[in-house]
Design a protein around this ligand. Structure first.
Ligand SMILES: Cc1cc2nc3c(=O)[nH]c(=O)nc-3n(C[C@H](O)[C@H](O)[C@H](O)COP(=O)(O)O)c2cc1C
Length: 336
């Protein structure tokens, strides 16, 4: 007999080709071959974070991940990458089954280029109107990610996005909920609201299989929800996508960086596009320093508010099993 959790997840597991409808969201520098294959081998869905990788590096990473798992996994591409279409070609050559387009609306032709090879396209929908537009453009599934999440965030909370988007869109296409999920209780709730599954990042960042530096992991274990704060925009002319990270000296350095870039704008030394690119490069460098080098003071410790529920280093399989158990208990209690 299929239990309620299995049937609530059925649409998501069918779409992903997995045992559970739990996606480990792509995390730049963290979501590489080891974590991605561990998640997929444990019945979840792993995603390689392409970030600023070149097509050659992505090619190597996909091949290395395939060597570690025969289960499905996907690739997350950032839409503003200057070689986006070359990266799509790399995914197609490897027959990657699912491609996530993150960081803005997909450029013209990108959805078609992915689907031409039979792969499924997943996009982030930050509002109901955009969810409808993406559906019309042929996107196969959506992620709705609230501002509780780690990394680059939108302005709206997960709970509000879920109420606005799930009742309208969940019958149209699979919708995965992300941001602030650290316990199976919340997974059960979003599934009951119509979600096809969930996406978690913070909860997986410090798994045994994650290559993140031990100091990065230690900072996560010590932190509570209130330590994961969103960056502040200092200049109204320079729109900066907020980033949620643990508060440290790097948070202050980012404020200084924004002032420096705003000054370059004032002096006419850079245009708006270049200014925003400089900000994004800053984040990528700062995250690398924290994740790879273990610079927990000067680097960026991107983390969501669910960081308080990350208390120790656990194997991915245990994290997934625990989330599934908690969701089952929650559903049973609600049905009683
Ligand atoms: C360290 C870190 C790096 C991230 N990098 C990316 C990224 O490169 N691309 C992306 O689409 N999302 C990125 N995210 C967001 C995650 O994929 C995921 O959607 C998010 O963590 C879910 O919310 P949660 O942190 O509350 O679990 C990142 C998150 C973290 C914590």
């Amino acid at each position: 007999m299929t239990d309620r959790l299995t049937s609530l997840m059925a649409r998501g597991t069918r779409f992903l080709g997995t045992e559970t409808a739990i996606i480990c969201g792509a995390m730049s520098w963290v979501s590489e071959r080891h974590l991605v294959s561990a998640v997929s081998n444990a019945g979840g869905f792993g995603l390689i974070a392409c970030g600023a990788m070149t097509p050659e590096l992505l090619d190597t990473e996909i091949a290395a991940t395939k060597a570690l798992t025969s289960k499905p996994f996907g690739v997350n591409l950032i839409t503003m990458h200057p070689q986006l279409f070359d990266l799509i070609d790399v995914c197609n050559r490897h027959d990657v089954s699912h491609v996530v387009l993150a960081g803005g609306l997909p450029p013209r032709g990108s959805i078609e280029a992915i689907k031409a090879n039979g792969a499924k396209v997943i996009c982030f929908a930050p509002a109901l109107a955009l969810a409808k537009k993406l559906h019309r453009s042929g996107v196969d599934a959506l992620v709705i990610e609230g501002m509780e999440a780690g990394g680059h965030i939108g302005p709206v909370a997960t709970s509000v996005l879920a109420q606005e988007i799930l009742p309208v869109m969940a019958n149209e296409l699979p919708v995965f909920v992300a941001g602030g999920i650290g316990h199976g209780e919340a997974i059960a709730a979003y599934l009951e609201m119509g979600a096809a599954g969930v996406q978690l990042g913070t909860r997986f960042a410090c798994a045994v299989e994650s290559i993140a530096h031990p100091s990065f992991k230690k900072a996560f274990f010590r932190a509570s929800a209130r330590d994961a704060v969103a960056s502040v925009q200092v200049d109204p002319r320079l729109p900066v996508i907020p980033v949620r990270a643990l508060k440290n000296a790097g948070t202050e350095a980012f404020t200084a960086k924004q002032r420096e870039v705003a000054q370059l704008l004032d002096d006419g030394k850079v245009d708006m596009g270049e200014a925003q690119l400089q900000i994004e490069h800053y984040w990528a460098g700062a995250l690398r320093r924290a994740v790879i080098d273990g610079d927990v003071e000067g680097g960026s410790l991107m983390a969501g508010q669910s960081v308080g529920m990350v208390t120790g280093e656990e194997p991915v399989a245990e994290i997934i099993a625990q989330l599934m158990d908690e969701a089952r208990v929650a559903l049973a209690r609600r049905a009683a």
